[in-house]
Design a binder for this molecule. Structure first.
Ligand SMILES: Cc1cc2nc3c(=O)[nH]c(=O)nc-3n(C[C@H](O)[C@H](O)[C@H](O)COP(=O)(O)OP(=O)(O)OC[C@H]3O[C@@H](n4cnc5c(N)ncnc54)[C@H](O)[C@@H]3O)c2cc1C
Length: 291
């Protein structure tokens, strides 16, 4: 059966992603909207918002619920999937991976917010040289080898089980969230949040954790958020912000970005506005026959 292809995939269900989804739907495009367990997470932590036009002194939780209700009213559903990789293919379609599920779209809007996660020492240096974020994409390169999975989400469990099918040894580092239910037998679980460094020369040869040096050739990392250029290699970024033009186009044709992930100020109104522009730009991109 042919895989369904959405017009626009939107990664992130914060204000920018929801605004993009609402506007793309109004323009009659099919939308796949992806997000983690909690949408618009930052507003849940905000007791009062005073600078969102039309809603003075509103509690963050009430504004958050209004955003989600707006999307629900427009029949926009949210797939509770963390996307860990986006890959363009030769037919102008993008494949988005979430664990072992994949989704296709003709245009992509990245609205993932900013991540304050600290990278592991060596992570950036070895990305693509042993460090990966998607076992379905890169796992087969490690057949017969030893790998470590560092998991802050349940997707790490799925991918560790997949890697166990063909890797010699799989270590599972449960991180601070300690999600390891459902792991296959034979995977060594290490409970520590002291992950010190990924080490190697031209490629990964080890992982240093609390009091131990693991000898591994691959390290797979699963978080709630990813740096944009680890999500989509080749994406132009500056200081972890995605570079965009005034249409919120990135350097990759068919890929747009909106919200905190494009830079400061980190504010609601900016995110909602950018989500709208990115949606309209992706509609223009599709309607002009580029996608
Ligand atoms: C405590 C607090 C109070 C604030 N108060 C105000 C205020 O009063 N006024 C104001 O203007 N601004 C305020 N802000 C800032 C405002 O909340 C942000 O600017 C705004 O939420 C950014 O929206 P966004 O959609 O870009 O990103 P976010 O709101 O960060 O949403 C990003 C979403 O993407 C999801 N995501 C990330 N990566 C992936 C992935 N790989 N796959 C799938 N989903 C993914 C995340 O889970 C999240 O749901 C506040 C922020 C905080 C933390």
């Amino acid at each position: 059966m042919e895989k369904e292809i959405a017009d626009i995939a939107i990664i992130g269900c914060g204000p920018a992603g929801l605004s993009a989804a609402v506007n793309a739907s109004i323009r009659r495009k099919t939308v796949d909207l992806f997000g983690g367990e909690l949408c618009v997470p930052k507003l849940q932590k905000s007791s009062v918002v005073n600078n969102y036009l039309g809603s003075p002194n509103i509690s963050g939780e009430i504004l958050r619920e209004k955003f989600l209700e707006h999307a629900r009213e427009m029949n926009i559903s949210i797939r509770r999937n963390i996307i860990n990789s986006v890959m363009p293919n030769s037919h102008g379609v993008f494949t988005l991976k979430a664990g072992d599920a994949d989704y296709n779209a003709r245009a992509v809007i990245i609205a993932t917010g900013v991540t304050v996660d600290r990278l592991i020492e060596g992570e950036k240096e070895f990305t693509g040289k042993g460090v990966g974020y998607c076992a379905t994409c890169d796992g087969p390169l490690f057949a017969g080898k030893d790998v470590a999975v560092i998991a802050y989400t349940g997707e790490g469990v799925e991918d560790a089980n997949f890697l166990k099918e063909f890797c010699r040894r799989v270590y599972f580092i449960a991180g601070d969230k300690k999600v390891f239910n459902g792991l296959k037998d034979g995977i060594e679980v290490i409970e520590t949040d002291k992950i010190l460094a990924i080490t190697g020369g031209g490629s990964v040869t080890g992982l240093r954790i609390d009091g131990r040096q693991l000898v591994v050739q691959g390290v797979f990392i699963y978080r709630e958020t990813y740096l944009p250029d680890t999500l989509l290699p080749g994406l132009a970024v500056q200081e972890n912000h995605i570079l965009v033009d005034r249409e919120y186009r990135t350097n990759i044709a068919g890929v747009f970005a909106a919200g905190d992930c494009t830079g400061k100020p980190y504010q609601l109104a900016k995110s909602v506005g950018e989500g709208q522009i990115a949606a309209l730009s992706s509609v223009n991109y599709l309607d002009s026959g580029q996608g």
